[in-house]
Ligand binder design. Sequence first.
Ligand code: PMP
Length: 356
Amino acid sequence: MSFRNWEKNIRRVTPYVPGEQPHGGRLIKLNTNENPYPPSPGVREVLKAMDPDMLRKYPDPAASALVRALAGCYGLKLEQVFVGVGSDDVLGMAFLTFFNSDLPVLFPDVTYSFYPVWAELFGIPYETCPLDADLAIDPRDYDRANGGVVFPNPNAPTGCQLPLGQVEDILRHNQDVVVIVDEAYIDFGGQSARSLLDRYENLLVVQTFSKSRSMAGMRIGFALGSPELIKAMQDVKYSYNSYTMNLPSILAGEAAVKDEEYFRETVDKIIATRENAKKRLADLGFTFPDSQANFLFIRHREAGAKELYEALRAAQIYVRYFSGPRVKDYLRVTIGTDEEMEELYRFLGRYLSGRV
Ligand code: PMP
């Protein structure tokens, strides 16, 4: 008997690699699409008022207060809302629940790099559909036999928005499988597929509090769909871990959803900074798809992406670099505050002019 016989029974997976979380004094963090503004003041109040004695008991497994707030916010029934520990938890649960066919699940070749990781983990067959030359999704690619469809809208890391009519084209051609639209970045200017929920009971819309609601550290995500889809996800969740959401998340999340005015104000500031960034970065010689998200996917006509990434990093400005075949010439830059962006333009201006 081999000494380490147990090794053969280990599930071997290649994990998703999250963006770096550097710590320390004066650094500019534009690498993981967080929101540069704090959450709603209501969130601060809820957290300040929390008595640790409340933590003695298990939280509500249905996270009803948060589900109620979300259903109210989006004009849906309680049975149409599922909440989880970040949209990664919700998406993972959705893969496990809905992608259970021998046919391949379809998603874009350039997209959120967690999709193939979940597919591998759960043994789900998948195929990727290449983005077109402008890095856009072509809905016709999804018009074939499959075991389900998932794509982010706007897509990541490109920022490209698929117009709602084309999202509906994909749904129209895929009524026998579940179609997941990952709307992590939808609040920054896109049109949500929420409006299609009435007509497509196989549509699952997934969103997060990590970006537009400034709460990445709280880990809250949610799915909106028909009562049948939501019930199926709950059954899987309760077969795995009943108490996914902790009490502070439920209460703070509820407070955030109720503060519509602050939400709009923050999102509008980021959109304004992004639109200005498009002009400033174009002036510096960058090109990029027309992002509707809180990041830009940029490449420079002369300087290589890896070189720029390293130069920025040495200057304590963190952006995201991916080494994959179609993305290695680009940097993904999260939209920060106006001041942070000014420092970015200043550095790039100096660096690029010193280079020629
Ligand atoms: N979907 C996409 C497209 C993302 O970029 C991210 C952020 N990494 C997520 C989902 C997950 O975000 P979270 O788990 O913080 O909600």
